[in-house]
Ligand binder design. Structure first.
Ligand SMILES: [Zn+2]
Length: 203
């Protein structure tokens, strides 16, 4: 085995390892992707590497709702066509994608970046709750829709938020059940999500 061959194998293994750390990609898929990229034109591999770097370097969190943005405010907070009297609370930015896909909801969002989970050591100060209460202070919001995941952590978080928000005189609603327990919003289909938003109920 000459030096060159060993080096090539090392770099192939490195890519397989990095890819298999991604969610939803097992060792088999990581191998398949690696050998695909090995055969792909240089430009394609370069474009992929650059896209990964740019998503890290050119995006940040919206200072208002904490969605991902590449400008000052995110496109939703920056739009003048959104109903500013409603804020839908989600755990992750990708939940916004799922809800926006239904085209039913026209209000604003707030991304918590997680859910309360005592078992994982995630407390109330570790997610964007303080920032949410700050937003609610100016009095222009009349409904908060709790759209945390229908999981143990999501439910705990929703209950905690309801306790904080209802004393402020703001209507608190929750997505209609019908989302099976344990599923995550980002994987729910459009029809289920549309029903969940339209049929939202008082918390
Ligand atoms: Zn925003």
């Amino acid at each position: 085995m000459d030096q060159g061959f060993t080096a090539t194998v090392k770099s192939v293994n490195r890519l397989i390892q990095e890819l298999s750390r991604l969610p939803g990609i097992g060792p088999k898929s990581a191998q398949r992707l690696t050998y695909y990229l090995l055969r792909a034109p240089d430009e394609q591999a370069k474009a992929l590497a650059e896209a990964i770097l740019s998503v890290k370097q050119q995006t940040r969190l919206c200072p208002s709702c904490f969605n991902i943005t590449d400008s000052d405010l995110c496109p939703i907070c920056g739009s003048d066509e959104r109903d500013r009297s409603k804020i839908c609370i989600v755990e992750q930015p990708q939940d916004i994608l799922a809800l926006e896909h239904t085209r039913v909801y026209k209000g604003l969002y707030h991304v918590l970046h997680g859910a309360i989970s005592p078992t994982e050591g995630i407390g109330t100060d570790d997610i964007r709750i303080k920032e949410l209460l700050q937003r609610l202070k100016n009095g222009s919001v009349d409904e908060v829709i709790l759209a945390t995941n229908p999981t143990l952590e999501g439910e705990q978080t929703a209950m905690y938020l309801n306790k904080l928000i209802s004393p402020l005189g703001i209507r608190v609603t929750q997505l209609a059940r019908g989302l099976p327990f344990g599923t995550e919003l980002e994987y729910a289909d459009d029809v289920t999500l549309t029903h969940a938003i339209e049929g939202r109920q008082e918390f």
